[in-house]
Design a protein around this ligand. Structure first.
Ligand SMILES: Nc1ncnc2c1ncn2[C@@H]1O[C@H](COP(=O)(O)OP(=O)(O)OP(=O)(O)O)[C@@H](O)[C@H]1O
Length: 645
């Protein structure tokens, strides 16, 4: 068993202090973090139109400052569009580095500019959408996160113990063996799903927790449970920052600190319990027995119902902002050295050299690969509906096509060779579409989950994609053999063991290539709708240049290159060769005038093709190229965050 080792950060007297526990006593090992942000401005540049190169700047955050200390729960509240999520993303260092925006100000951690290599390890971010696989149980989800994110130096037993601790801490013990589920699949309740999301992020025992609207979409009871869990996390010494839209009064009372944002400006920042008296002082009294959260939102929101109301509310927002600038800041902002000491916060935090050099991922490639392969296998075997649909489709088409071309291959006459060519091409089309569409609808959804996991640094994208690809191979192989067996027998194709085997391999490779093409398209599309709209175009072009509809001589010179990019061209060419190579037509019938009465004459007539080995080789080349392209796109479209603030 590996002995746990403590990684460390430096404090100013150069002592090393533990910051991420690798023992089971996580609570003792976590450092406390004070997050301070000063004068944060953030805006986006929006282009005026497709043909207009000028852009306009839209300022979203206009000088936001605040401080959150260990043990505190800060709620960022405001109307829709006030800038809550933007602020949370800036504070969490989650601004996409590809965005066209401008940002200024400072975000400091325990008084120092944050070092992102450390920040990533001591913080966690829970997104608004619970992007998790519906078919995993609660325990499986948390366990996978734990095994992948905690370092290899920590024993598996200790990691598993940590899983149980977190499940307990999040109040999920009673549902740990229940499937997570989704909107369309019954699983745990919405509130429990949100707590699973939080538990997934808690495995590294983060000191700092960011949450985007953790109660959105939940009923009052579940929202309260989630907030109670957050309060507990804060009370155990963590620094918790959450955006929230319209909390009930009992939830409002759980906040330690409150930030009210309106149009990117701070209307109030300070202890939540002092907010009502502050607003009374500046002329806005909250009616008795009224939910303060509702009152604040009504007061600080822009009223767009009429031009006058809008003008009025704009004036009010300006006034509230001026008031806060002049008098409200007494609540904030500078943490005194004394206060930091009182809170037992390390004042100066820098990563040691060894820390900076440490591996980006917690575990070895092989370990990641094995765990992800196990998950991919579970997901595949548990997706019952799609598996049944796939099996039914395969059986249906094999029998349906078999009945259409029944016995056509037996005692074939030279009139019938085009019928055989037809079925060979059609079976390729049929299998390609089925496999491509299976991918198109699944991959974009899966990608959002993978993006979240990668943003948390759980694993390498290559380990994910390779494991998924390999796990999916046997299912396709099985379905393909059933399909080919039935068709072969019903149509009466060339029945030597070699030809059967080669035909099977060619169709199987075609399925994998079509799936590869669909993966490349789907991984670049933003959602399944876009992916399903684009993918057929690629497949149809491949079809057109596949050799059945257009012979080489009919293709205009300027499109000839498309033939070489068409995977059908190689698979159809090789299937024809396998079937017609030494076929003799119709016993005893005399050869027609055009001399097409042998398999090789048919091949000649259908146009020149590469040798069988060349066709199969190029099909495999396309298959690998599409897969590598998918990997490249997944990698490029991975989460990259700006680290300037
Ligand atoms: N990348 C962007 N490009 C253009 N506008 C943006 C961008 N990001 C945010 N905005 C705009 O900035 C404003 C603040 O957005 P943000 O998502 O932070 O608001 P919010 O307070 O979290 O709203 P909600 O409660 O509805 O989620 C909105 O008007 C939004 O449309």
């Amino acid at each position: 068993m590996n002995e746990p080792q403590l990684s460390s950060i430096h404090i100013d007297n150069d002592e090393e202090v533990p910051y991420l526990s690798q023992t089971s006593s996580f609570e003792q090992q976590r450092i406390q973090v004070c997050l301070e942000f000063q004068d944060v401005h953030f805006g986006v540049r929006q282009s005026k139109g497709l043909f207009n190169r000028k852009s306009i700047n839209k300022e979203i955050l206009k000088g936001v400052s605040g401080i959150v200390k260990p043990g505190q729960l800060l709620a960022i509240m405001g109307a829709s569009g006030a800038g809550k999520t933007t602020l949370l993303n800036v504070l969490a260092g989650r601004m996409s580095s590809s965005g066209n925006y401008f940002a200024s100000g400072s975000v400091r951690l325990n008084g120092e500019k944050r070092e992102f290599s450390v920040f990533k390890k001591i913080s966690a971010y829970v997104m608004q959408d619970d992007n998790m696989f519906a078919e995993l149980t609660v325990e499986e989800q948390v366990t996978l996160s734990c095994l992948l994110r905690l370092p290899s130096s920590m024993s598996i037993e200790k990691k598993k113990q940590r899983v149980q601790e977190i499940i307990q801490e999040m109040g999920l013990s009673h549902v740990k063996n229940t499937m997570i589920g989704s909107e369309t699949k019954r699983g745990v309740s919405g509130g429990e799903r949100k707590r699973v999301s939080i538990a997934t992020e808690l495995v590294t025992n983060p000191s700092l927790l960011f949450l985007d609207e953790p109660t959105s979409g939940l009923d009052a009871f579940n929202a309260r449970n989630v907030m109670q869990a957050l309060l507990k996390l804060a009370q155990s010494g963590r620094t918790v920052i959450t955006t929230i839209h319209q909390p009930r009064s009992d939830i409002f009372n759980m906040f330690d600190m409150l930030m009210l944002l309106s149009e990117g400006k701070v209307m109030y920042f300070g202890p939540a319990k002092d907010a009502v008296s502050y607003f009374t002082r500046i002329g806005y009294s909250c009616p008795e027995h009224y939910n303060p959260a509702d009152f604040f939102l009504d007061t600080i929101s822009r009223d767009g119902r009429s031009a006058e109301a809008e003008q009025e509310s704009e004036k009010k927002i300006e006034y509230l902002w001026q008031c806060f600038e002049e008098q409200g800041k007494q609540f904030s902002l500078e943490p005194s050295e004394k206060e930091l000491e009182k809170n037992d916060v390390q004042v100066y935090m820098k990563p040691s050299k060894s820390e900076l050099n440490r591996e980006k991922f917690a575990n070895s490639y092989m370990f990641e690969f094995m765990l992800l392969a196990k998950r991919a296998f579970k997901l595949e075997t548990r997706e019952k509906a799609s598996n049944i649909a796939r099996i039914a489709q395969t059986l249906f088409f094999a029998v349906f096509l078999g009945l259409i071309w029944l016995n056509k291959g037996r005692n074939i006459s030279y009139h019938d060779y085009d019928a055989i060519a037809g079925i060979l091409f059609f079976l390729l089309i049929n299998q390609s579409f089925i496999s491509a569409f299976g991918t198109v609808f699944v991959l974009p959804l899966e990608r959002t989950i993978v993006l979240r996991e990668r943003a948390s640094g759980m694993y390498r994208v290559s380990a994910y994609y390779l494991s998924k690809t390999l796990v999916e191979l046997p299912r396709n192989a099985l379905l393909c053999i059933v399909y080919i067996l039935l068709l072969y027998w019903m149509v009466g194709l060339h029945a030597t063991a070699r030809d059967f085997f080669l035909s099977y391999v060619i169709v199987y490779l075609t399925i994998l290539t079509a799936e590869g093409l669909a993966s490349a398209v789907a991984s670049s599309a933003p959602n399944p709708q876009v992916a399903s709209a684009i993918t057929p175009a690629f497949i149809v072009v491949s079809l057109l240049f596949g050799g059945f509809f257009l012979s080489s001589g009919q293709i205009p010179n300027y499109f000839i290159w498309l033939k070489y990019l068409s995977f059908f061209y190689y698979s159809y060419g090789s299937l024809l060769q396998v079937q017609f190579e030494d076929w003799r037509f119709y016993n005893g019938a005399s050869c027609p005038a055009d001399g097409v009465c042998t398999g090789s004459a048919v091949l000649q007539k259908l146009g020149p093709s590469l040798p069988l080995g060349g066709n199969i080789g190029l099909l495999i080349t396309l298959l690998i190229s599409f897969r590598v392209l998918t990997y490249g796109i997944l990698r490029l479209r991975g989460p990259r965050f700006d680290q300037t603030l």
